[in-house]
Design a protein around this ligand. Structure first.
Ligand code: ADP
Ligand code: TYD
Length: 207
């Protein structure tokens, strides 16, 4: 197994990304690796503005949201404190809960996909995942899971929007075939089974 990978988890809301990030971290650490877990939107001031918009504390246009994600992502890659390039250079395997495929899918439900890809092209040039892991659940399953765990519904967490985003993920994966490594896993199984499949895809020994 190649050491020191950069792995991005993708999927619609509630697909089980956080759960799988946690399980993968444990397995990589058992295999002796240093692991840095991170997510987007980040905890930076840009990420906080995005979360305020999603929690309906602030209103803005979808194009502005797309641009905020571009800025937050570049900071995520480049910042000198715990930026992903720095952590990778220090020998950490970096796992991010969402990266630019999220923008391609979520923002292109509202803004032209070519523009979103262009706007994120510097991020894609600076740091491409060794593997994107897309966890697939249906929009209906997403809403069911969100209802159980949440008191408020965020901006993009409606059935109509998640249907669009789900379609967009598949459209984007087809466009990126050969350019981007994506492993698709069926998220409608137990967390342990999904985790084992992800470990096998990454060549991590199962114990
Ligand atoms: P995400 O980070 O993609 O939003 P989470 O890992 O937070 O997803 O999971 C969302 C909800 O679904 C949580 O309540 C979690 O316990 C549950 N969950 C996660 N993985 C599975 C699974 N494979 N099957 C059923 N429920 C799951
Ligand atoms: P996240 O906290 O990962 O939500 P969840 O755990 O429910 O999947 O992401 C918050 C929201 O941000 C989610 O609705 C997806 C959205 N998002 C975008 O619209 N574009 C992006 O580029 C990213 C990273 C997230």
């Amino acid at each position: 197994m190649k050491k020191n990978l950069f792995i991005a988890f993708e999927g619609i809301d509630g697909s089980g990304k956080s759960t799988q990030v946690r399980l993968l971290k444990e397995k990589l650490e058992q295999a002796g690796q240093k692991v840095h877990v991170t997510c987007e939107p980040t905890g930076s001031p840009m990420g906080k503005i995005i979360r305020d918009i999603f929690n309906h504390k602030m209103e803005t246009d979808h194009r502005t949201i797309a641009a905020l994600f571009v800025a937050d992502r570049l900071h995520h890659i480049l910042n000198k404190t715990d930026g992903m390039l720095k952590m990778l250079a220090e020998g950490y395997t970096v796992i991010t809960d969402r990266y630019y495929l999220s923008s391609y899918a979520y923002q292109s439900a509202h803004v032209d996909l070519d523009w979103v890809m262009q706007a994120n092209s510097l991020s894609a040039k600076l740091l491409k995942p060794d593997l994107n892991i897309y966890i697939d659940i249906t929009p209906e399953q997403s809403i069911e899971r969100l209802k159980k765990g949440r008191e408020t519904i965020e901006l993009y967490e409606t059935l109509d929007n998640l249907k669009k985003v789900h379609d967009k993920y598949f459209e984007v994966m087809a466009i990126l075939k050969g350019k981007e490594k994506v492993f698709v896993t069926n998220g409608n199984r137990t967390p342990d089974i999904i985790s084992q499949e992800i470990c096998t895809a990454l060549g991590i020994p199962l114990n």
